[in-house]
Every structure is written in structure tokens, then in C-alpha cells.
Design a protein around this ligand. Structure first.
Ligand code: CP3
Length: 357
């Protein structure tokens, strides 16, 4: 049974209903910029332990909400790379270097061996975290669940790490497209099951992070990134989750908004390079937009932050259908008080864009 959500402004926006102000949450809202997060991470011993331990995952998910009452949504504390980890690739984090896999997909043999994991058991720690977070939230705000897009997951699975310039995956794409499609197909199936289980455990909304869709060529974006996100959306609908709002976010994907709008998603993440007002014109209010403040602005002054917040809200303009967010994750160097300043400005300045205000 669905429990009541006290602050449902985020859900109302996703459902094209009118709200008194523009809702907001931040990508990576629980993270290293918060001293309380750094403390929890120290106590847990590692980032992965934070994700895998129910109490720690709940504690860090709640931290930004406890600090900032103006946030309108919580996001599950986890990582997109839990799925390839469950597939047996051996995820680990090297300090200062980000995620790495012990067994990346380097050759045809390793690709052929890849299979859909036992999602229910191998990722049980994620669903346990969802249940515990929902209890802790007690209906305060909705909870967002998430996964990586098949293309973005494949980049890490083939490169074995980030920051390699995508040369291995692109070489495979141009020499053995069959192998890439095999990986994307298995991954899309895995992510569909993973998100379905998150929904069953209690998440109210799901988001697919396509952090690297933007490195593809015009044609390949559709065939290798967008189409597999569409498969996931269609699978979730077939499994009976039509009413769970679905958000997709292709970073660097601003030139394909028309195509994204026809994906079946309820909302599109917009990065900071894209003009939000132009994006709205393209989607013609048929789909909700989420974004798009440059996260680096939060390193500046209250005056510059307030101006930048107003520019984003002005750019979207009057009416419903906008969820305020950053154009990508908050950086670890953000002073926490700058977030407060951003949130207050969004709440105050956005009221005039909504009916009844
Ligand atoms: O938004 C949230 O608050 C929820 C938590 C969340 C994390 N990762 C926690 C995290 C979410 C939604 C993600 C998604 C994620 N993970 C993406 C997609 C979004 C994006 O940023 O493009 C990607 C590509 C990853 C893979 C990943 N995880 C990378 C590249 C890194 C290292 C980069 C970095 O910022 O250090 C991580 C680690 C990670 N995931 C951290 C957090 C809080 C930092 C870990 C730490 O404490 O050291």
C-alpha cells in the first residue's frame, strides 16, 4: 500500500499539476561537500560500505534533507555501478581515481559470458536500503530510485574505469557492433529488473543516468543510448509500473531533446550547456524538464548564485513542468551554505511563475 507523501510538490510537477513553487533536488545531494557525509564515510571505512550497509545508506540519504528543509525529494544513496558489480566485474574504488573494475570486458570471451545477474539476491542490499529510507522519511518527501543507462554502464564495463576517452568502447563499437549490442541488451534487461525491484521496495520515481550518451555521434546516440533507455521504460510499463514517473538524463544530450521527448519518459534532465527555454519550446510542455544550474556556480558568491538561479527560472518562464536541479552532480568543493542560499532563492523567486501566486 502506498503511504501518503506530505510534500508532494515534486510528484505534482511530474504529473503536470499546479504547484505553489518550483520543486528542487540536487544530483549527488548526499556527498563529500557535506561534513556529516565525510564523517559517515570515515565511520563506514569506504564509499562502497556506505552503499552496502542499510544503516549507513539510510543515514547519508537523510543528511541533505535534515540540513536543508527546502529540498523536495530524496534520492537513494547508491551508485550506478552496483549492476555491473552484481554481474561479477568486481567494482572497487581507488582513492582520488574513482571507480574501477577488476574484470572489465576486454575480449569476445568475457562479453559472451556476461549474463543478467540474480538481481533479487545480489542487489538485495539496495532494496533493503530503499525500505529503510522510506521508513526514515516517513512520507516527508518522495524517494527517487535510479540506475545507469546501458550505454553509460557499458563505458565503465569495457573501459574498466572512467577518464579513458572512450577509446576501447568506441573501437569495439566500430569493429564489433554485435558485441556492443549484446552488452547493451543484457544490461537493459538487468536495469529493468533492478528498477522494478526498487519500485517494489518503495521508490516513488525512477531516474536513468546517461552520463556518457553525449560522447556518441548523432546517429549512434539513438541506436546505442536512447533506444536502450526506451527498452527499460517499455519494460517497466509492461511490468505494471506505468504510473511511476520516469526521468532520463543524457549529459551532453541537448541536441537530441526532440527524440528524448518521444522516449516514453515523463521528464528529461537538462544539462547546463543547454538553453532551458529553448528546450521547453521543443517539448512544447508535453514533458517535464529538470535542471539546469551549472554546479560550478555554487563555488561563487551568494549574489552570483542568486542571479544564476533567477536566470534558470526566467529561462523556463511561467507555468508548471519545471523541476529545479543542477546541470550535473554537485561538486565536493561546494560550501554547504551556498546550497542554502540557492534553495532559498529558488523558493522565493519561483512563486511568481506559478498560478495562484
Ligand atoms: O545523487 C545522489 O545523491 C545519489 C547518489 C549517487 C552517487 N552516484 C553517489 C556517489 C548517484 C545518483 C550516483 C550516480 C553515478 N555514479 C553516476 C551518474 C551520474 C553522474 O555523476 O554522471 C556515475 C557516472 C557514477 C559512477 C561514479 N561513482 C563515479 C564516476 C564516481 C567517482 C566520481 C566522484 O565524484 O568521486 C563515483 C563515486 C560516488 N558515487 C561518490 C558518491 C557520493 C563519491 C564517493 C566518495 O565518497 O568518495
Amino acid at each position: 500500500m502506498k503511504s501518503t507523501i506530505h510534500n508532494d510538490v515534486f510528484l505534482k510537477t511530474l504529473n503536470h499539476q499546479s504547484t505553489p513553487y518550483t520543486p528542487v533536488w540536487m544530483m549527488r545531494q548526499a556527498g563529500r561537500y557535506l561534513p556529516e557525509y565525510r564523517e559517515s564515510r570515515k565511520n563506514a571505512g569506504s564509499f562502497l560500505e556506505l552503499c552496502k550497509n542499510t544503516e549507513f545508506a539510510t543515514e547519508v540519504t537523510m543528511q541533505p534533507l535534515d540540513r536543508y528543509p527546502l529540498l523536495d525529494a530524496a534520492i537513494l544513496f547508491s551508485d550506478i555501478l552496483t549492476v555491473p558489480d552484481a554481474m561479477g566485474l568486481g567494482l572497487h574504488f581507488v582513492d582520488g581515481e574513482g571507480p574501477k573494475f577488476h574484470k572489465p570486458l576486454l575480449d569476445e570471451k568475457s562479453v559472451q559470458k556476461l549474463d543478467v545477474p540474480d538481481v533479487e539476491n545480489d542487489l538485495a542490499y539496495v532494496f533493503d536500503a530503499v525500505k529503510s529510507i522510506k521508513k526514515s522519511l516517513d512520507g516527508r518527501v518522495p524517494l527517487i530510485g535510479f540506475a545507469g543507462s546501458p550505454w553509460t554502464l557499458a563505458t565503465y564495463m569495457i573501459e574498466g574505469q572512467g577518464g579513458t576517452g572512450f577509446l576501447n568502447i568506441k573501437k569495439m563499437l566500430y569493429t564489433r557492433p554485435d558485441l556492443i549490442h549484446h552488452i547493451l541488451k543484457i544490461t537493459a534487461e538487468s536495469v529493468s529488473l533492478y528498477l522494478a525491484k526498487q519500485i517494489e521496495a518503495g521508490v516513488d520515481v525512477v531516474m536513468i543516468f546517461d552520463s556518457w550518451g553525449g560522447v556518441l555521434t548523432h546517429e549512434e546516440y539513438e541506436t546505442h543510448s536512447l533506444n536502450y533507455m526506451k527498452v527499460i521504460i517499455a519494460n517497466l510499463n509492461l511490468m505494471g509500473f506505468e504510473n511511476i514517473p520516469k526521468i532520463i538524463f543524457s549529459k551532453g544530450g541537448g541536441q537530441w531533446i526532440d527524440k528524448q521527448a518521444k522516449s516514453g519518459a515523463d521528464a528529461l534532465g537538462i544539462d547546463w550547456q543547454t538553453n532551458l527555454g529553448e528546450a521547453r519550446k521543443i517539448v512544447n510542455d508535453k514533458i517535464v524538464l529538470q535542471g539546469n544550474l551549472d554546479p560550478a556556480i555554487l563555488l561563487s558568491t551568494p549574489k552570483a548564485i542568486k542571479e544564476a538561479v533567477r536566470k534558470v527560472l526566467d529561462s523556463y518562464g511561467h507555468g508548471e513542468g519545471h523541476i529545479f536541479n543542477l546541470g550535473h552532480g554537485i561538486t565536493q568543493f561546494t560550501p554547504p551554505e551556498n546550497v542554502e542560499c540557492m534553495l532559498e532563492e529558488i523558493r522565493n523567486y519561483s512563486k511568481k511563475f506559478h498560478a495562484g501566486n
